[in-house]
Design a protein. Structure first.
Ligand SMILES: NC(=O)C1=CN([C@@H]2O[C@H](COP(=O)(O)OP(=O)(O)OC[C@H]3O[C@@H](n4cnc5c(N)ncnc54)[C@H](OP(=O)(O)O)[C@@H]3O)[C@@H](O)[C@H]2O)C=CC1
Ligand SMILES: N[C@@H](CC=O)C(=O)O
Length: 405
């Protein structure tokens, strides 16, 4: 019998207990022994719970018990999670986490610490929720050089954009529903809507692809807050939908670029049909070509299923999993990973669209604002256009790239 502990008994942590119990037989078969949750650490009061006997308030109780072989971290954030995880790994316990903020910030360090102490540090649920992406990348795609990753990695914003488009829900209504369903970040749903959550996830995938730590602070990030119904309608007229896209690319000169931004996705692009809480991540390997991972990106049981799969791997493989799952520490860059490639854009402007250095084709107007197409321009040219417009009393309010069909 393998005993484990859960730190943080919220949406995902409670899902881990439920998955362990509901699928106990299958988990025991795959782990080679039954897996039992012996302790749950949480700051809240669970004295009325039928599982009250499992709850503890002190990590030392867990660390003092030699029966505990692996610890699940589902507290979130870094303030408590990071020192607790360090202590678990230093004690030789494997850790399985869904906490992308911690992995994106301290991943290289925690991977090295796990190896040093003969433990596993696993984080499948930190990207894609229940959708497998980390394990396929370091195992199934191990023989490939990965030069491009792009997709929808935030369930909350994808759910909100779907509800706003299909059901005409307001931004606030859609966010409230995402929170009620346990999709949104509890500590700060701004992490979802302002793109920080997607930024942490693409930083993790980029680190895995390029082999050294890529910091979220170096990735230009925009969320969905600035979008208006005019943008959505203009996208529709262009046979596109707007999606929050996280992307990473290795350039021809070996440099890296990455970003998180709302983009126009043509209806013919497979990402256009990814709705609700679903995520889809396209990975380009030099041998395989393109492969897409698709599934539920958030929610209690989907996310917990990925955490429990990691628990099984940690119990079976231990530190050996880090023969393929690792990346090197790196210094934070002193500049952002900019996108220098030209592409098509949709810009929303106020006060006129003619006579500027970049030709603009009007698509749709409302309340004195016009959405226009701009062909084949770089981000630097769009930034220069914004300055030029301002100097002439006009305003460039929003610029969205268009993905290829
Ligand atoms: N929800 C989802 O669909 C997904 C979440 N994740 C990630 O998983 C992690 C957990 O998310 P989620 O379950 O939604 O978050 P919750 O807020 O629902 O759960 C966290 C739990 O940890 C408790 N907690 C806070 N501080 C401590 C502490 N110092 N010691 C012990 N317990 C503590 C919280 O109590 P209190 O409420 O009082 O603070 C709460 O009960 C996050 O990193 C999140 O980003 C990843 C994929 C999907
Ligand atoms: N808030 C996140 C939860 C999963 O990572 C999301 O919506 O994707």
């Amino acid at each position: 019998m393998a005993k484990i502990a859960i730190m943080g008994f919220g949406t995902v942590g409670s899902g881990v207990l439920e998955v362990c119990r509901r699928n106990a037989a299958a988990i025991a078969r795959r782990a080679g022994e039954p897996v039992e949750v012996k302790y749950i650490l949480d700051v809240r009061d669970f004295s009325d719970s039928p599982d009250a006997a499992l709850f503890v308030k002190d990590l030392d109780i867990i660390l003092a018990d030699p029966e505990v072989k692996a610890v699940v971290e589902t507290i979130g954030g870094t303030r408590f999670a990071y020192p607790y995880v360090r202590r678990c790994l230093e004690s030789g316990r494997s850790v399985c986490t869904s906490n992308k903020e911690m992995v994106a910030t301290y991943g290289a360090e925690l991977l090295a610490l796990a190896r040093e102490h003969g433990a596993a540090f696993l984080f499948e649920a930190s990207v894609g929720g229940g959708t497998p992406i980390i394990t396929p990348m370091h195992q199934c795609l191990a023989a490939n050089h990965i030069s491009r990753i792009e997709g929808i990695v935030n369930g909350t914003t994808n759910f909100m954009l779907t509800k706003m488009k299909r059901e005409g829900m307001s931004f606030d209504e859609a966010l409230r529903l995402a929170q009620k369903l346990g999709y949104a970040e509890t500590k700060d749903p701004g992490d979802d809507v302002d793109g920080r959550d997607a930024c942490r996830k693409i930083a993790i995938l980029a680190s895995l692809a390029c082999g050294h730590h890529v910091y979220p602070d170096n990735i230009p990030t925009r969320g969905i807050r600035e979008l208006t119904s005019l943008d959505v309608k203009a996208a529709e007229s262009l046979e596109c939908v707007i999606k929050l896209i996280a992307w990473y690319r290795e350039e021809a000169n070996g440099g890296l670029s990455a970003g998180v931004e709302p983009m126009l996705v043509p209806d013919t692009n497979q990402l256009a049909g990814v709705d609700d809480v679903f995520n889809a991540i396209l990975v380009k390997g030099d041998m395989l070509g393109d492969v897409v991972f698709y599934g539920k990106g958030a929610g209690k049981l989907p996310t917990a299923s990925a955490v429990v799969a990691d628990v099984i791997d940690a119990l079976k493989e231990g530190a050996a999993v880090h023969d393929s799952l690792f990346w090197q520490p790196a210094e934070k860059l002193d500049h952002m990973l900019e996108d220098k490639k030209p592409c098509s854009w949709c810009v929303r402007v106020r006060g006129g669209a003619y006579g500027f250095s970049l030709p603009m084709e009007p698509v749709r107007s409302e309340n004195g604002q016009t959405v226009c197409r701009v062909h084949n321009a770089t981000r630097a040219q769009i930034d220069a256009l914004a300055v030029e417009m301002k100097a002439r009393g006009c305003e460039l309010l929003l610029a969205l790239k268009q993905m290829p069909a």
